[in-house]
Design a protein around this ligand. Structure first.
Ligand SMILES: *[C@@H]1O[C@H](CO)[C@@H](O)[C@H](O)[C@H]1NC(C)=O
Length: 207
């Protein structure tokens, strides 16, 4: 009975340990080995067991590390990141910041170099300036924002032109209206005096 309980306990602990080891990596004590598993940044485990001291991520297809993925790893003494296709645009900022925070004993032997963009190929991620990284950031929503701003500008200009045209038209219309009224008034008074004239002529002839 005691033996059975012990076995159950062992299985439970074993099960938890294998559960805690993220797929498809292998874990050994405080080492997590995810190397050579064709992992991409999207298929990388989202969480590693807390308190690990060694993490192997080399020889995969990683382009960047998801933000915050290593933040809880305070006991990490060794990490391998070489043999990946790091893309040195905005997405690399987290990895760069993390590497810069680590003691030299962790990062000195590391070779984390950019695969792209072409202008930064082969450069060590830690040696990049923020400016260099930001220059290579081209996101579709930036282009969209720029396009919408240009559209908005054109729209505002067209609106302004239409408003000016409307004002000019109204002015012209007002002038025309005034002129027309004056002419009617003039012809009216002229008609009146004509009538009066006719009347007097009539009366004159009457007499
Ligand atoms: C990590 O795993 C790979 C492939 O699964 C294996 O070749 C390598 O020896 C392992 N490395 C360590 C340190 O366990």
């Amino acid at each position: 009975m005691k033996g059975l309980l012990l076995l159950c306990l062992l299985l439970l602990v074993g099960g938890q340990r294998s559960l805690a080891c993220p797929h498809p990596c292998t874990c050994d004590d405080k080492q997590v080995n995810c190397s050579g598993k064709s992992l991409t940044s999207a298929s990388l485990p989202t969480h590693f067991p807390d308190g690990i001291t060694e993490l192997h991520l080399h020889n995969n297809h990683l382009t960047h590390l998801p933000n915050g993925i290593l933040d809880s790893q305070t006991s990490l003494r060794s990490i391998s990141l070489h043999g990946n296709s790091w893309v040195c645009d905005c997405g690399i900022l987290y990895l760069r910041a993390w590497l810069l925070r680590q003691p030299a004993s962790v990062t000195s032997h590391l070779s984390v170099s950019c695969s792209s963009p072409p202008s930064l190929r082969g450069r060590q991620v830690v040696s990049l300036s923020e400016q260099e990284i930001l220059e290579s950031c081209h996101y579709w929503y930036c282009d969209l924002a720029l396009t919408s701003q240009v559209c908005l500008f054109v729209f505002v200009v067209v609106q302004a032109a239409l408003l000016v045209a409307l004002l000019v038209f109204l002015r012209k219309f007002e002038r025309l209206f005034k002129e027309a009224r004056r002419t009617t008034e003039e012809s009216f008074t002229a008609g009146e005096s004509q009538k009066e004239n006719d009347y007097t002529t009539l009366r004159d002839s009457d007499i």
